[in-house]
Design a protein around this ligand. Structure first.
Ligand code: ADP
Ligand code: MG
Length: 812
């Protein structure tokens, strides 16, 4: 039972009734039940004004009825826990409500001249400082403010103190998300109980002085003494700290306007009091109603100031002060009703926890230090002695840069992985080196050539006019930049100056095909190097003074020449071999491994194809058999029906042996069909898989070949040298456009197409066969036109084979 009540109390506002003892106790009207929680009110029937349905008996159940008890007992029952919880970081409010003279001030402040009769506030202050001394692991800081609200005006009861700097400023209540506070209200740091009590008495005195000076009735104002508590762990590493606010509230008298019969200032005061108390009541009704999400706190200064102290995350206690006399019974009843409403307000007390950013940083720094130490231990256990987890120094970065250079040169095979930071730096240095190389190449080229922006037609025209040979080089899909080498025609004094338009070459792969249809291309235009990441497109103009010395190079790297356009072709020893020839060389040398795998995969693919074909044949045959068997059965049946059926005793149709055999055969055929069909499906899947492998191998082979071919024949020697100085040209680093389309073997392609068609629509096979033949014819002519006699270059650069192609294995 007790437990239940405790939990009920912690979920709502705790409400107590305290009585002011009287010699004229209205024992007929007021009844205290022995449970010390219930108070019954019995109203005498008003004989002058009989109303039948008027209720005359009430029972009010509270958390406690404090009748004839000591101040100490009142404190223990009402405030003690709230204060303890405030020290733990929960906001708390203890509030006295009741008509003037019912004992609110006596309960809250008590008799200031009598220690034994001191009230809740001095006892709370005492408990706070005693507790803070006991909780030695925490460092507490306590501040106090004392606010009076009179006729909707805020007064700072501690403003006369020297450190109250806000005397002149207008006080306002603000809600800045961290709770409500009164801007301009002085808040006083308090080190011990005595200092705190001084503040309380100072405030009380100010209250009395002000009431005389302003001719106001002090029982008509609300007083809120607030204790602010901050608690931090004495452990420096703990960045968390908690704060709380304890409001001790002595409300103005709750007596109703009608009864006081006041006028003038008294009337106005009464109006304000009534207003703010009725707003308090409205706020409380709203708080008690779970469906309401808007609480009208801002209707009055009182409710606004108490916004975060009435419900919500606050421990709230209400003490309802009542007279015991018959004359006050109506006010008593009204006070008890208010108390009952207050009891319905739900609260969810929560600790106000904060994190100190400065301490948090310190704490994290310490944690990082510890983790680094731990990593160091791990590293030493793993025999990795020189690992640092700090940011890279310039020396370390330079070292990584050096390693990257060595790696690109091929003087080292791998860069050892140390940690994530180092890996990231390695990537960064790759970028740096790449960028450097691009710039160096461009600089080298610029030494020999004048580069004109491709789009700068005026500059091109000027160059042409000045008699420079202009060589327009391949347009590489709108990106990258082509390097052309000046045509030798300049030397021959031929008409080598060509317009950019004429020289425009559509695709890299056309460059080595001899004998252009349009015949407009200048001889010697065939060298093309795609510099992938150089962003500008340039046109190259060789300066005449360079021409003679460059002539040899030009010849050596020219890819092809048109016989008709250049008569002294044979004098040039260094034209690259046709790709078809080079490809054969490649396959037997550097590309042998990948070529072998390709061949292997091809043969496996071929087997699969053969099997597919076989299965298809079987299936087709079975299908035909099924059809003819069905036909035969149908004929049998018709026969049977024509001749009249034999029916045995059980009424079953009797069939002859021949028909029976046919039925069995059909059954077998169907089973055969199904099993072969399943196998076909599986084999086809394997076939497709092999097909992909073959394609992969083939494109790998072609890629490797491209790099090899480019490096061996197409990259101008000076560029090669420029790159070789750094030693960092690698296969695949400077991919040329595909110059030659090494197409998939036509027969294979046909086979594949055939496979695809075979099962779906056999009727279309002839169409596709015809299509295939046309393709083959086209291909043949293209191959013939490329097969012009070419001399193989004398200068063959064999690049280092750094990357062996990975073996592609078939899972059978
Ligand atoms: P309020 O603040 O509600 O107007 P006070 O606290 O000023 O009322 O009480 C009015 C008078 O009644 C005071 O003289 C006070 O000492 C006395 N009094 C109130 N309650 C008690 C009580 N429980 N025991 C003894 N005296 C009381
Ligand atoms: Mg009072």
């Amino acid at each position: 039972m007790g437990m239940l009540k405790m939990s009920a109390r912690s979920n709502g506002v705790s409400v107590f009734v305290r009585t002011r003892p009287s010699v004229n106790f209205a024992q007929d009207l007021i009844e205290y039940l022995p449970d010390q929680k219930t108070i019954n009110i019995h109203m005498k029937k008003d004989t002058r004004n009989v109303v039948n349905n008027q209720q005359s008996d009430w029972a009010f159940k509270m958390d406690g009825v404090l009748h004839n008890v000591s101040q100490s007992h009142v404190y223990d029952m009402t405030a003690k826990n709230v204060v303890l919880r405030a020290l733990d970081g929960y906001n708390g409010t203890v509030m006295c409500y009741g008509q003037t003279g019912a004992g609110k001030t006596y309960t809250m402040t008590g008799a200031t001249e009598n220690y034994k009769q001191r009230g809740i506030i001095p006892r709370a202050l005492q408990q706070i400082f005693r507790e803070t001394e006991e909780r030695s692991e925490q460092a507490f800081t306590v501040w106090i403010s004392f606010l009076e609200i009179y006729n909707e005006t805020l007064f700072d009861l501690l403003s006369t103190l020297p450190d109250a700097d806000s005397r002149d400023s207008q006080m306002t209540i603000v809600d800045d998300g961290n709770g409500v506070r009164v801007k301009g209200l002085s808040v006083h740091l308090t080190n011990n109980e005595e200092e705190a009590l001084n503040l309380l008495f100072e405030g009380e005195t100010n209250r009395i002085i002000a009431s005389h000076a302003l001719n106001k009735n002090s029982s008509r104002s609300h007083c809120i003494l607030t204790v602010y508590i901050e608690s931090r762990s004495r452990t420096l590493s703990n960045a968390k700290y908690v704060t709380s606010k304890l409001n001790l509230v002595d409300l103005a008298g709750s007596e109703r306007l009608g009864k006081t019969g006041s006028e003038g200032q008294v009337l106005r005061e009464a109006m304000y009091i009534n207003k703010s108390l009725s707003f308090l009541e409205q706020a409380i009704i709203a708080l008690a109603d779970h469906r309401r999400d808007h609480i009208p706190f801002r209707q009055s200064k009182l409710t606004y100031a108490l916004k975060d102290s009435l419900g919500g995350n606050c421990n709230t206690v209400l003490v309802a002060n009542i007279y015991e006399e018959a004359a006050q019974i109506e006010e008593t009843l009204s006070t008890l009703r208010f108390a009952t409403r207050m009891k319905c307000v739900q609260t969810e007390p929560a600790v106000n926890e904060h994190i100190d950013p400065v301490l948090q940083v310190k704490k994290l720094e310490m944690e990082i230090r510890q983790l680094k130490n731990e990593l160091a231990i791990h590293d030493s256990l793993a025999n990795r002695s020189l690992v640092s987890y700090d940011a890279m120094s310039d020396t370390q970065i330079a070292d990584i840069n050096f390693q990257v250079h060595r790696y690109l040169e091929g003087t080292t095979d791998e860069i050892e992985i140390v940690n994530i930071r180092q890996i990231q730096e390695v990537f960064a240095q790759f970028k740096v080196v790449l960028h450097q190389q691009e710039q160096e190449i461009e600089a080298k080229i610029r030494q020999k050539y004048t580069l004109i922006d491709r789009s700068d037609s005026a500059a091109i025209a000027a160059a042409v006019k000045a008699g420079h040979p202009v060589d327009m080089v391949g347009e590489v899909d709108g990106q990258g930049f082509g390097i052309g080498v000046a045509p030798s025609a300049a030397k021959h004094g031929g008409s080598s100056i060509i317009s950019a338009k004429k020289a425009k070459i559509k695709k890299g792969k056309e460059m080595i095909s001899p004998g252009r249809k349009d015949g407009l291309v200048s001889p010697g235009d065939g060298k093309e190097v795609e510099m992938g990441s150089l962003s500008k497109m340039y046109q190259l103009v060789s300066s005449t003074k360079d021409l003679e010395s460059k002539e040899h190079d030009v010849h050596s790297i020219e890819s092809h020449r048109s016989e008709s356009a250049c008569k002294d072709d044979h004098s040039r020893p260094n034209s690259p071999p046709p790709k078809s020839e080079a490809f054969e060389d490649f396959k037997s040398e550097r590309g042998s491994e990948i070529n072998r795998i390709l061949k292997e995969n091809k043969s496996i693919l071929l087997e699969k194809r053969k099997k597919v074909k076989e299965l298809m044949d079987i299936i087709n045959y079975t299908k035909e058999e099924i059809d003819s068997t069905k036909q035969a059965l149908l004929a049998k049946k018709q026969d049977r029906q024509l001749q009249g059926e034999y029916v045995n005793e059980e009424g079953e149709t009797v069939i002859d042996e021949e028909e029976f055999d046919l039925i069995m055969k059909l059954k077998e055929l169907k089973a055969c069909y199904r099993s072969n069909y399943d196998e076909l499906r599986n084999t086809k899947a394997e076939d497709q898989y092999c097909q992909r492998l073959v394609e992969q191998c083939r494109s790998r082979l072609l890629r490797e070949f491209e790099s090899w071919y480019n490096e061996s024949y197409l990259i101008p020697e000076e560029v090669q040298n420029a790159l070789r100085d750094r030693g960092s040209i690698r296969p695949g680093m400077m991919p040329l456009n595909r110059v030659l389309a090494l197409e998939e073997d036509e027969q294979e392609r046909f086979e594949r197409l055939h496979q695809e068609l075979l099962s779906s629509s056999p009727g279309s096979i002839s169409f596709y066969n015809a299509h295939m033949r046309t393709q083959q014819r086209k291909h043949y002519f293209r191959a013939m036109s490329q097969a012009q006699p070419q001399r193989k270059t004398a200068r063959v650069i064999i690049p280092q084979v750094k990357n062996k192609p990975p073996s592609i294995l078939l899972s059978s």
